[in-house]
Design a protein around this ligand. Structure first.
Ligand code: PGA
Length: 253
């Protein structure tokens, strides 16, 4: 049984005060018996404040990225040991905004992913195709390539310590969600590709869906067999909608 995971990606939004308030509202709004795992990824600078607020709660904390090095002259980077110091157990890697806006390559993403695992942080590896790639019929080719670029370096067993997030680029922040069937088709394909490499890893790894998930569409997405939760951007910035998404995951677990 895969335990669903719902993670909020707060991106570059808010203030320290609003981030702590949001964390507070999530912690107090969660049911005491919550069968799904929940995490939030604030901006790096808000992590210390949010970490204090989450202490003792079930909500996991994560970075929106993680350095491919432990320390040294790497201006602007934040390492896995630094994230750990503030209680982070998760790190998003390979988000399409990192790939597309900041030019992160598959090789760099693989190195970030490995560093996270080395330090006991669970990487959430994001993969997904652009609209042009989908329209050209290349969706499977693109996600396979992005996944293999990482597994080629880190090995299939690394997925025992990681989470995959399928995030079609055309669905991120656009309000245009993949239909549950479109998402399930790609999730099932990803899992099938992994079966060939290691059936046990394939059946245990969680594959989250991300891209315009909201309180209204979450349930139909999470009801799909191979969708094990979500990576939530815009709808994670309000406690009510994020908690409703968590509730949808609970009802479909
Ligand atoms: P969105 O973002 O929910 O705002 O589409 C998802 C993500 O980028 O992880």
């Amino acid at each position: 049984m895969r335990r669903p995971l719902v993670v909020g990606n707060w991106k570059m939004n808010g203030t320290c005060q609003s981030a702590v308030q949001l964390a507070d509202a999530i912690v107090s709004g969660l049911p005491s018996e919550c069968q799904v795992e929940v995490g939030v990824c604030p901006s790096y600078v808000f992590i210390p404040g949010v970490s204090e607020r989450l202490a003792g709660s079930m909500v996991q904390l994560g970075g929106q990225n993680v350095a491919d090095q432990d320390s040294g002259a790497f201006t602007g980077e934040v390492s896995a040991p630094m994230l750990k110091e503030f209680g982070c157990s998760l790190a998003i890697v390979g988000h399409s905004e990192r790939r597309q806006v900041y030019g992160e390559t598959d090789a760099l993403i693989a190195a970030r992913y490995q560093k996270a695992i080395e330090h006991g942080i669970t990487p959430i590896l994001c993969i997904g195709e652009t609209l042009e790639e989908r329209e050209a019929g290349d969706t499977f080719k693109v996600v396979d390539g992005q996944l293999q670029a990482v597994l080629g370096q880190a090995g299939i067993q690394s997925l025992g310590h990681a989470v995959i997030a399928y995030e079609p680029v055309w669905a991120i922040g656009t309000g245009r969600t993949a239909t549950p069937e479109q998402a399930q088709e790609v999730h099932a394909h990803i899992r099938q590709q992994l079966v060939a490499q290691d059936p046990e890893v394939a059946s245990n790894v969680r594959i989250l869906y991300g891209g315009s998930v909201n309180a209204d569409n979450a349930s139909s997405l999470f009801s799909q067999e191979d969708i094990d939760g979500g990576l939530i951007g815009g709808a994670s910035l309000k406690a009510d909608s994020f908690l409703a998404i968590v509730q949808a995951a609970m009802e479909n677990s």
